[in-house]
Design a protein around this ligand. Structure first.
Ligand code: BT5
Length: 268
């Protein structure tokens, strides 16, 4: 790790006045990184504590899923944190849901109306404002650690964003610092993570469904080049998406390479 460009908040909790018990006990702050996920992963391999956070003002190789790029110019909030949950790898969707909920609640506090576009986007009026990337080190039946990356377009200029994207400032006209936004999201994450540790799955699922942009919508989902169409019924207790196909068959999805709402809603 390049100590030269690393600035560590000495009394992290005090500096952000965080009210958290797990998330953000230690925060590493950088001006420029390739990817906060890569740096957090390295820290996790070196036994960094659960809840450790890595933030960067800009990322030169911001990552999306499946080799895609996450545009990370100045103005956005980019951070990753380490979790060591006692969960099986197939439960990772629950983590995605609590992260999405934490971001939604923070955006809601600013007066926005965010929606979760499963699996890992937060959208406002169909434009993407936030993306989530979870990477893990696991054994067959046990997660060793997760690195959860979150990118929120905060004060990002519209011309710096890709087509179909928006930002907090663009949507609300409100200037909130990345620091303030980070504090709110970290506190939400802590609250939802404890809810998950307490196994309050139904509460989490219900809340996630209330923010879902897909509930009751007809969607086309692509997984490993296979396309399926059906109506979304919600999430199961593992956080998987429940889809009811035309023929009445119910299927569950743990991930999707691509997912879009079919505009012509048709009938079941
Ligand atoms: C994601 O992937 O949405 C996950 C993004 C995670 C970013 C965070 S930032 C902190 C941490 N460190 C990292 O390196 N990554 C994480 P995916 O669903 O694959 O979406 C990627 C697609 O979103 C791209 O192909 C673009 O179409 C679009 N996109 C790229 N940058 C964007 C931005 N800033 N805002 C909105 N959309 C964007």
């Amino acid at each position: 790790m390049d100590e030269g460009i690393l600035r560590v908040f000495q009394e992290h909790k005090k500096n952000l006045s965080l009210k958290t018990s797990v998330i953000g006990q230690k925060i590493y702050y950088y001006h420029k990184l390739n990817s906060t996920n890569d740096t957090a992963f390295e820290l996790a391999i070196n036994n960094a504590k659960e809840g450790t956070v890595v933030v960067s003002d800009i990322q030169t190789k911001g990552k999306g899923r499946l080799g895609r790029v996450w545009h990370s110019p100045i103005g956005g909030l980019y951070f990753s944190f380490i979790l060591r949950p006692l969960l099986a790898p197939f439960n990772v969707n629950l983590i995605t849901l609590i992260v999405a909920l934490s971001a939604c609640r923070a955006l809601e506090k600013i007066g926005l109306k965010p929606q979760i576009k499963w699996p890992n986007d937060i959208i406002i009026a169909e434009k993407k404002i936030c993306g989530i990337l979870i990477e893990m080190d696991s054994e067959a039946d046990r997660i060793k650690f997760l690195v959860v990356g979150i990118g929120i377009n905060n004060e990002t200029a519209q011309h710096d964003l890709p087509h179909g994207a928006t930002s907090v400032y663009e949507e609300s006209g409100i200037k909130i610092s990345n620091r303030e936004l980070l504090k709110v999201v970290l506190e939400n994450l802590d609250e939802y993570y404890l809810m998950l540790v307490d196994k309050k799955m139904q509460k989490i699922i219900k809340e996630a469904e209330s923010f879902s942009s897909l509930l009751n919508k007809r969607v086309r989902i692509t997984v490993a080049k296979k396309e399926t169409e059906g109506r979304v019924f919600g999430f199961d207790s593992n956080g998987a998406l429940i889809l009811k196909r035309n023929n009445g068959k119910v299927e569950k999805y743990f991930s999707a390479d691509n997912l879009r709402i079919v505009k012509n809603q048709g009938s079941d």
